[in-house]
Design a protein around this ligand. Sequence first.
Ligand SMILES: C[S@@+](CC[C@H](N)C(=O)[O-])C[C@H]1O[C@@H](n2cnc3c(N)ncnc32)[C@H](O)[C@@H]1O
Length: 220
Amino acid sequence: MKPWIKIERIPSPLASAYIKATQFAVDSYYRPVAGEVVAAIDRGWILDLGTGPGHLPVEIARRAPDLRIIGVDLSRRMIAAARANAAKAGVGRQVRFVVGDSGRLRFGDARFDMVVSTGMLHSLKDPVGVFREIYRVLKKGGQAWVFDPTNLGHPQLRQQWQASLEAQERFFLWLFTALKIHRPARPLPPDRVRAIIDATDFRHYDMDVRRNEIRIKMRK
Ligand SMILES: C[S@@+](CC[C@H](N)C(=O)[O-])C[C@H]1O[C@@H](n2cnc3c(N)ncnc32)[C@H](O)[C@@H]1O
């Protein structure tokens, strides 16, 4: 079922339900992914695109004191949640969160050692434009990891998340689903991903196609 309109930014009425969902995924998703990131790089600058409530930057910062991470998101609400999460975790010195569009980044060329993004790809209106921006801001030899969609993990966590929702959050989820504005996120087909990458200057990449997720690792 295709959405009638494609909205990149998480709509405000759904933000609190989404923020709650991500809290359930810290152990099962963000921590293991952060562990993989710091195994690949332990110093320098990382950019996280579509950072949402910032769990990935926070978990990376906890593990590697010599890394600095900037998170970018279109949604002010998400950036506010990310700043609060970083302050609570005591990693405010290492992370910075800014409102911005991944397709028009306000960073100079070759600024970052690594670019990461979880859960954003499926919602992009112009994925080629975003991948070109990733290439531009990445240093030569740097890696870009795009994982999508973010996975809660065990179905039990999904049930716990649903049970945690308040009536208003449930209502807006139902309404946005009924209006076909919101739908469960699905990974892009591998052929579509290949076409996106082929339209950029990335020449070296791997794709790990899983049941409900695609993990793309590119190198500049
Ligand atoms: C499903 S959430 C994933 C958030 C986070 N990375 C995670 O894994 O929990 C997707 C996020 O991407 C943001 N987003 C979508 N398109 C964007 C764009 N063009 N530039 C920046 N952020 C974008 C949305 O506002 C939303 O917060």
